[in-house]
Structure formats: C-alpha cells, structure tokens
Design a protein around this ligand. Structure first.
Ligand code: BG6
Length: 480
C-alpha cells in the first residue's frame, strides 16, 4: 500500500524532537523536492502560539539544527506550516484543529511525539474531530509504555481508532542507513548467509555507547533507565536484524514476521547474565563531568549502563551468546555490531609456528559507518624462521564507497515512509510486546535478586563486572 498524504499533523510540534529532528528533516526533504507540493503541515502542542509565531519558532530550530549545506528552501518550507494550540487532555481545540487540517484528498499522516500519558486522550480527540476517517495513518514516537501492560494499554487505545496497518511505531534506529544496510549485507550477498549460524559464529556483540549524560531529560530518564531507554527498543531491533531468518521479500509483513520470531525466541536472562551500572564523576573526552547522582540532585537506583548476555533459542543460534551493552558517559560514542567467527577447524600453519585468529566482522553503525572484516594473511618474507600470519582488515567505509550521495538522518526516511504509508521500517505490535515481555522479566529479576547498579567512573567502559561478564566466557569486548 503506497498512499501518499496531503496533510501532516504534528503533535508535540514545539517539543525537543520536533526542533532537533522533525522540522529539520521535513525541511531537508522539501528542499530536495521529496514532499508533495500540496502537503500542508499542521503543528500542534499545548503552547499558545499563532501560525506566525510557530513559523518563527521553526525558523529558529532550522537555523540551529539544519546543517549549513542543507539550508536551502527554508522560506518555502515555512509556508507549508500552520499551528493550532490544543490541550490534548480536553476535547476542546480538536474541532479547530480539524478545521485547520481541512479536507485531505489523498490522506492524513499524524505524528504523535507527546508524553505517552496523553496518547489515549489524543486518540479520543482525533476521533471526536473526525480526524481518524479515511486514509489516515498515525506515527507513534517512543516511549510506548514502561512495561508490557502499559504498552498494551497504549496499543489498545490506538487500536480503537486505527487498524494495525495504519499504526507506525517509530524506532529511529530503523531509519538509520547503516541499520538498513545490515539487511543488504546479510541478504544481498551470498557469502555471509551460509556461515551466519552457530556452526561458524562464536558470539555476537552489540554495543551502543554514548558520551552524553542525563542532558535535560531528568524526569524521563530517571523513571526509565538504560534497559528501557535503549535495550527494549533500539538494541533489540539490532539484535533481531542480526539474528532473523531471511525474509521472503523486503516487505513490511515478511520482514516483521521474521524479526518477531527472534524476539520471541529470546531466553529469559539469568542473574549472572546481567550487569547494571550508574556513572559517577569522571572525565569524558578530557573534560570533567559530574556523576549521575550529582546531575539528578539525589540518590537513585536507575541504571545508566547495562550489559547482558542474551541467547536466541532456535536452531540457528544454539549456543551463540549475544553480548549487549549500552551506557551513558562511556569513553566514546559508538554503535557497532561485532560478529566473531570461530577458528578454522584445523590450522595447517601450526607446525610452522604460526597461529591463526578467527575472522571478525565489525559493522559500524555510528559515528563510523563502515564494514570491516578481519582476515588472516601471510606477512611477506622468506619464512626461514617460520611462517608469520597477521590479521588484516578488509575495510569498507560507506561514506567513501557512496561519496556523492546524500547522507540522510533517520527521521527523514521515517517521516517520508509515514507520509507515503510504507510500514517496513516501523515496529509492529507483536514485536514491541515481545520486546517488553523479555525486558519485564529482566526488571523482575533485578527486583527479586535485589540487583542494584554498580558505580562506574564517567569515561570508563562501565563497571568491572561488565568486563567480567564477557571474560568469564573467554570473550573480550571490542573496545579498540
Ligand atoms: C533515544 C534515547 O531513543 O536514543 C536517548 O532516549 C539516546 O537516551 C538516543 O541518547 C540515542 O540515539 P542516537 O541516534 O543518537 O544513537
């Protein structure tokens, strides 16, 4: 189903996401001629503002967040915008909103970037104003609940007005080019798939490390923590893409069917397979930074770091651990997937003094977008004193390989897919519920066993126990 929309309605239009990501992405798409000429964008939020004030607000956001080389067409873009203040908790205001949206001939795309507590009331308001009729689809930004039951409540509330094929749950990691490239790497090459299983893979590591701390998100983050903020969504999506079976097509049903099977095959984590941490004062990139407790202004049991050893209980992944770790205030910003292959079954070089090391595939998602495969090669020489082998990388830097193409941010892709109605890169209800089920069990385990975050210095790779979690199995985290 590709049905474009001629109206886009943004809830939370004055919020942080809107300023940093949504407005700049829409403006960049517009400048590249990717928005329909008749697409009208209506912003709404609680703040009282006129359309003119909203356009000024948007201009400021664009000046701040659009990179210089993508600043074209701002004036034309601003002309598409209008604004209606709405207090989402009361029905008042929705009729005015509907008047502003006007008649949509092709379709209406709604983007909800508001507190989840407002979702239900917003859906009621949309129904009241007739804004759910016809070709309407709705994008939902995280957090979609804080556990399985609250996520079910949100999903039920949305399902009252929208069928699943009209609900677009956003996980912005799926909008990242390098994340989508995982599928190309796995399923557009014959080389990898035959060895992509427990016969050839020893383990997988997924790291999402950030240097930032709490930023200005105190209220949200302290109620969430790293497990719910990062693992439940982004990291489990990465894991699902790495572990899924080949889908029959790059279609929304085929891809999501395979991802959900992986999520359902996740084994509940055991107490010795989880480590949590909270940062204390330290230095990141050479600058001193305060501890989480200091930023928060009080003590807290919220984890800012989590490391897990996960297992996908199916034929393909039998006995292959997936080590996951994510945290704030780590030494560098890096998101990467490491696939560690097994050793060759018999080394013909051993009698000649050379050791072979197993191959390793590193998929850099950010900030480096690259694919690196370490291979063994012979060090040049006459080998009178034995053969020497060394690991050397086959290295593909995506920006170099595709120089001249526009590097788009995740929300450009996702907003365009929402406007055009393509669900492939959005999360289906069964996926999100399988994710929560696994996460809830971990939180229950922490509560039952009294597992509390261990401290780690800002600028380190988390508590020592996280290193031990992997080293116990003879595995080192890929930190270089
Ligand atoms: C968000 C989390 O979903 O993802 C943030 O709420 C985190 O805490 C962010 O910083 C990371 O996204 P990215 O694209 O910068 O890796």
């Amino acid at each position: 189903m590709t049905l474009t929309a001629d109206r886009l309605l943004l809830f939370g239009a004055t919020g942080d996401l809107s300023q940093r990501m949504l407005l700049p992405s829409l403006c960049a798409l517009d400048a590249d001629g990717l928005l329909e000429p008749d697409l009208k964008i209506v912003g709404t939020a609680r703040s009282e503002m006129s359309t003119k004030e909203f356009r000024d607000f948007a201009r400021e956001a664009l000046e701040k967040y659009l990179p210089d080389h993508r600043r074209g067409g701002v004036a034309e873009f601003l002309n598409r915008l209008s604004y209606v203040p709405v207090d989402a908790t009361t029905l008042e205001g929705y009729d005015e909103l509907a008047r502003e949206v006007g008649e949509y001939v092709k379709g209406l795309a709604i983007f909800l970037s508001t507190a989840p507590s407002l979702f239900e009331a917003t859906i009621d308001g949309l129904v009241h104003a007739g804004l759910t009729k016809g070709n309407v689809r709705i994008g939902l930004e995280k957090p979609l609940g804080i556990d399985l039951s609250s996520s079910e409540e949100i999903n039920d509330a949305v399902a009252k007005a929208f069928s699943e094929d009209r609900i677009f749950r956003i996980d912005h990691y799926l909008g990242k080019e390098t994340v989508q490239n995982l599928l190309a790497l796995r399923f557009a090459n014959i080389l990898l798939e035959p060895v992509w299983n427990s016969n050839y893979i020893d383990h997988v590591q997924i790291t999402v490390a950030e240097t930032v701390g709490l930023e200005s998100r105190v209220a949200y983050y302290d109620d969430s923590g790293a497990l719910r903020d990062m693992v439940q969504n982004h990291m489990l999506q990465l894991l699902a893409l790495v572990a899924m079976e080949p889908p029959t097509s790059f279609g929304s049903t085929a891809v999501r069917d395979e991802k959900v099977k992986v999520l359902r095959a996740l084994r509940p984590v055991a107490a010795d397979e989880t480590v949590t941490g909270q940062y204390r004062a330290g230095a990141v990139n050479g600058s001193p930074v305060p501890g989480y407790d200091e930023e928060l202004g009080r003590d807290s049991d919220t984890e800012t770091f989590v490391a897990l050893k996960a297992h996908v209980d199916n034929w393909r992944w039998k006995g292959v651990p997936f080590y996951l770790r994510t945290g704030k205030r780590l030494p560098e910003r890096v998101t990467e997937i490491v696939v560690q292959f097994r050793c060759v079954p018999h080394s013909i070089f051993e009698g000649r003094g050379a050791t072979t090391q197993p191959n390793r595939l590193v998929i850099g998602i950010q900030p480096e977008e690259n694919v690196q495969l370490s291979m063994m090669a012979k060090v040049p020489g006459l080998d009178r004193e034995g053969i020497r082998l060394r690991q050397i990388p086959l290295d593909i830097a995506m920006p170099d390989a595709f120089s001249g193409t526009v590097r788009r941010i995740a929300y450009e892709r996702l907003l365009l897919d929402l406007i055009e109605g393509d669900q492939t890169l959005f999360v289906r209800r069964d996926e999100i519920e399988a994710q929560w089920e696994w996460i809830d069990a971990i939180r229950q385990l922490w509560a039952d066993k009294g597992i509390k975050p261990k401290t780690y210095g800002a600028g380190s790779w988390g508590p020592n126990a996280a290193i031990a979690l992997a080293e116990r199995d003879g595995v080192s985290w890929h930190d270089e």
